[in-house]
Design a protein around this ligand. Structure first.
Ligand code: DI6
Ligand code: FE
Length: 406
C-alpha cells in the first residue's frame, strides 16, 4: 500500500463529469485512490470490498472538486507596471504611457534584465497564491523576452516551477506576443529572425508544450501568426491563440483552422467564429481579468458559445499589465458577475474545460483512472466557490493523492 492510497469518505463530490446531476454531484461519496490515481468514485454505499484494506480519510462532510486548473497565465515576468497603473489613473493616455516606456515594452526590458533565479523567485510567489486556492495545474507562457535567449530563459523558469512546488505546469511559447523595439516597424523580420528560431530552439530543448500568439490589430496579423503555427505543426506542437480581444481580425477562425486547443479572450468573436470553434472542438478561454482591468465594454458572446456547445474555460491571465489578477477564485466570480456564466459553467471552466484547453486528459474531473488531484472546500454547495468575493474556503489540497492542509 503506497502512502498516496486511501479512501476519502464523509464527503460530497462535485466530480464535474456528467452534466446531470449538476456538477456531477455525488452526495455521501467515496473516492478510492491507489498510488495517486483515482481507482473508484461513487456513492459510499456502493464502495467495492476490494478497497477494505485502504485506510479511510474522513473529510468531515465537506465538498471535494477536481483540483483547479489555471489554463492561461503569464506568471513568469520581470518587474511590475504599478507606476503605469498610477499614471493612467492620473489621466495619462495609453499612448502617453507607451511614450514613457510603459506597456509590454517595459516588462520586456525588466524580464531581459532579470536572472533565472529572480524570475523563478517572483513566479513562485504568484504560484503560491494559486496553490493556496486549491490549484493543482497551471499553464505558463513565455512572451516577455522577445529575443531567443530570454524566451528560452522564461520557459526554463516555467519548467523549474514544478521542481519547487507540488503543481503541474504546461508551458506555452508566446514569441509572437509583440514586436520588440529593435524590430520596430519590421514585424515580419522579427517573426523570421527571432520568433521562429526561438520556437525551434525551445522545442529542441524540450521546453515547450504548445504555441500561442497575439492576433490583434496592435500585434500580429493572421498571416503572420499562420507562419508561426506552420512551424508549430511541423514540430508536432498544438496551438492556441489570443484572439478577438480588442477587435475582430479573424484570429479565432485561424486558430480553429489549425485545430487549436483554445482561442482566448474572444470578446469580439462573431457567430461565424463561434461556429468555427464548435466545428474544430476548440475551447473558448474566457479572461475577465483583462476585460476588468482595461475597463472593456464588449463582453464575450457567452450565449452563442452555449448555443453552439463550445466548451468554455476561465483563467486569470496573470500578467503585469492588462490582468494583474492572481486569484482564480475571484476569476470564478468575475466570470459569473461580469459575463453571466452560471456557477457550474464557471467551475467547469477551471476544471474539466481548463484541462481540455491544455490538452490534458488525465485530470480535470474526478473519475476512475485520472490523477487524484483534488481540492477540499469548507462549503455546502459548489456555487459558493463563485459566489464569494475575496474569500478562500479551501480546507485542503490533494496532489497526486497526497494531502496538504492549508
Ligand atoms: N493580451 C493582453 O491583454 C496581454 N497580452 C496579450 O496578448 C497584455 C500583456 C501586458 O500588458 O503586459
Ligand atoms: Fe494573455
Amino acid at each position: 500500500m503506497t502512502s498516496n492510497s486511501t479512501v476519502f469518505v464523509d464527503v460530497n463530490a462535485a466530480t464535474m463529469g456528467e452534466s446531470q446531476p449538476a456538477y456531477g454531484l455525488i452526495e455521501d461519496a467515496a473516492i478510492a485512490v491507489s498510488g495517486g490515481i483515482i481507482d473508484w468514485v461513487g456513492p459510499r454505499a456502493d464502495l467495492p470490498t476490494r478497497f477494505d484494506d485502504h485506510p479511510l480519510t474522513r473529510l468531515g462532510g465537506r465538498l471535494v472538486t477536481p483540483g483547479l486548473i489555471d489554463c492561461h497565465t503569464h506568471i513568469v515576468h520581470g518587474g511590475d507596471r504599478a507606476v503605469e497603473f498610477e499614471m493612467r489613473l492620473n489621466g495619462a493616455s495609453y499612448e502617453e504611457v507607451a511614450r514613457a516606456g510603459g506597456g509590454i515594452v517595459s516588462t520586456v526590458t525588466a524580464t531581459r534584465g532579470a536572472t533565472e533565479a529572480t524570475l523563478l523567485a517572483d513566479a513562485l510567489r504568484r504560484v503560491d497564491v494559486l496553490i493556496a486556492e486549491g490549484v493543482t495545474g497551471i499553464e505558463i507562457k513565455s512572451g516577455y523576452g522577445l529575443d531567443i535567449e530570454t524566451e528560452l530563459r522564461m520557459l526554463r523558469v516555467a519548467r523549474a516551477v514544478m521542481q519547487h512546488r507540488p503543481i503541474r505546469v504546461k508551458t506555452t511559447f508566446l514569441g509572437a506576443h509583440a514586436t520588440p523595439a529593435e524590430y520596430a516597424g519590421r514585424d515580419d523580420a522579427y517573426i523570421d529572425e527571432v520568433c521562429i528560431p526561438a520556437l525551434r530552439a525551445a522545442h529542441a530543448e524540450r521546453l515547450v508544450d504548445a504555441v500561442d500568439g497575439f492576433c490583434e490589430g496592435i500585434a500580429f496579423q493572421p498571416e503572420q501568426i499562420a507562419r508561426v503555427f506552420d512551424v508549430a505543426v511541423a514540430l508536432g506542437l498544438p496551438v492556441k491563440l489570443h484572439a478577438e480581444q480588442l477587435s475582430n481580425v479573424g484570429g479565432a477562425k485561424l486558430a480553429a483552422s489549425y485545430g487549436a486547443l483554445s482561442a482566448d479572450h474572444i470578446e469580439y468573436l462573431d457567430e461565424d467564429g463561434v461556429r468555427a470553434l464548435a466545428d474544430a472542438g476548440t475551447v473558448a478561454v474566457i479572461l475577465p481579468g483583462a476585460f476588468y482591468t482595461l475597463r472593456e465594454t464588449q463582453a464575450p458572446p457567452i450565449d452563442q458559445l452555449r448555443k453552439h456547445g463550445v466548451p468554455m474555460a476561465l483563467a486569470t491571465d496573470i500578467n503585469p499589465g492588462s490582468s494583474p489578477l492572481n486569484s482564480l477564485l475571484l476569476t470564478l466570480n468575475m466570470g459569473c458577475t461580469l459575463f453571466r456564466m452560471t456557477p457550474e459553467e464557471a467551475l467547469r471552466g477551471v476544471t474539466c474545460h481548463a484541462a481540455r484547453a491544455l490538452g490534458l486528459t488525465d485530470t480535470g474531473t474526478i473519475a476512475r483512472g485520472l490523477r487524484a488531484d483534488l481540492a477540499v472546500w469548507d462549503v455546502r454547495h459548489p456555487a459558493e466557490l463563485a459566489y464569494r468575493i475575496g474569500f478562500n474556503p479551501l480546507y485542503s489540497r490533494i496532489f497526486g493523492g497526497t494531502s496538504c492542509r492549508h
